[in-house]
Design a protein around this ligand. Structure first.
Ligand code: SF4
Length: 358
């Protein structure tokens, strides 16, 4: 550990572990996956909960456990079905990685979930946090989890100013978290740390008066609770505008699957042009133009505008030859609603249009 970084002494580490576990006993926080020992289910819950609130993730966890009770069943499912089950949860790369990792376990590991931190870390989409969670909860291995809650608790208790969104700090905090971990009860300790951050040492208005560490907490002593943890800088988002053509031909709509390296790979979409209004709209008056629909991603801000065109009879040549319709196929209303997964902006539009489409 660097010289300016805290090196907790053994007596404090022992006190901290005991006080944390006692706090946890007095503040139970029931969750369906708590106490779960099946690494497959732990993995599912951890991937679903990344960047997702518990209340939002819970029904998805239950759905995935119901639809895919084993890693083999998840591996055998078509990707479109997995993405459809994921619809509405966002960050779709998680679903694609989940599916790819299930196939890897099923086909290369004979369906046996890896049982060491290093082997778990090799699964697609599994970073240090998720690997530590699976290793400790599923196999009782001594690996400390480091999520937003843990960063906050450690930064405040030890009064650490290093911005947590820098690679240097991530290494330092990982070392500190590892030093604080109770090697005899890694699962209980990790769970208690996360619960403590979520319930007591909360981002705003933490319950310092009831905190077992109130006499040791540097942030509290220095009146800097609201300053810590620090971050380097705010996020800047790239702004993109998608002009979607919602083209109905008789009882079918044009859609296509997104490919390539851009966002939402594997999801479906209406044909669109980015930033400029599609040229084909010079030839046809849209039946309707939607209000802009906005979706915030981690690094992008998407604005979507939908132009509805209807062709009850033969398709005009301009539509047939429109380059935006390349790779599109025609689907029925029932396929549109049930079988294929769209990004959230398109889902929002479809929900608002449900009466018109019917
Ligand atoms: S005293 Fe307050 S800021 Fe410090 S660890 Fe406890 S809850 Fe968090």
């Amino acid at each position: 550990m660097p010289e300016d970084f805290p090196r907790p002494e053994e007596p404090f580490r022992l006190f901290f572990r005991a006080a944390l576990l006692e706090w946890s006993r007095q503040h139970p926080r029931p969750m369906p996956w708590k106490g779960e020992k099946d690494p497959y289910r732990i993995w599912l819950s951890e991937i679903i909960l990344q960047q997702t609130r518990v209340e939002q993730g819970l029904p998805y966890y239950e759905k995935f456990v119901r639809h895919y009770p084993t890693v083999q069943q998840l591996a055998d499912a078509p990707e479109d079905q997995v993405l459809k089950d994921w619809e509405g949860l966002g960050y779709y790369s998680r679903a694609r990685n989940l599916h790819a990792a299930a196939r890897y376990v099923a086909h290369h590991l004979n369906g046996k979930f890896p049982d060491t931190y290093e082997a778990i870390r090799l699964l697609k989409g599994v970073g240090p946090y998720t690997a530590a969670a699976i290793a400790s909860f599923g196999f009782g291995l001594p690996h400390a989890v480091l999520d937003g809650n843990v960063y906050r608790v450690l930064a405040r208790i030890f009064g650490i100013d290093t911005p947590i969104d820098t690679p240097k700090a991530q290494k330092q905090f990982a070392t500190l978290a590892g030093a604080m971990l109770d090697p005899d009860a890694p699962a209980a300790y990790n769970q208690a740390m996360m619960d403590f951050g979520a319930l007591c040492c909360t981002p705003s208005q933490p319950a310092c008066r009831e905190c077992p560490f109130r006499d040791d907490c540097v942030a509290r002593q220095q009146n800097r609770v609201n300053e810590l943890p620090k971050k380097q800088k705010g996020l800047t988002r790239k702004k993109r505008t998608f002009h979607y053509l919602v083209i109905r031909h008789q009882e079918h709509w044009f859609v296509r699957k997104r490919m390539g390296k851009d966002i939402w790979k594997g999801l479906w979409e209406f044909p669109f042009s980015e930033n400029d209004v599609p040229e084909v709209l010079l030839s046809f008056e849209p039946k309707s133009v939607s209000a802009p629909v906005r979706q915030l991603l981690t690094h992008q801000e998407i604005t979507a505008i939908f132009y509805e065109l209807e062709f009850p009879d033969a398709l005009p040549t301009e539509i047939q030859q429109c380059p935006l319709l390349e790779d599109c196929r025609l689907v029925t209303l029932s396929e549109l609603k049930k079988n294929i997964a769209f990004p959230k902006v398109i889902d929002c539009f479809l929900q608002s249009k449900v009466l018109t489409l019917n």
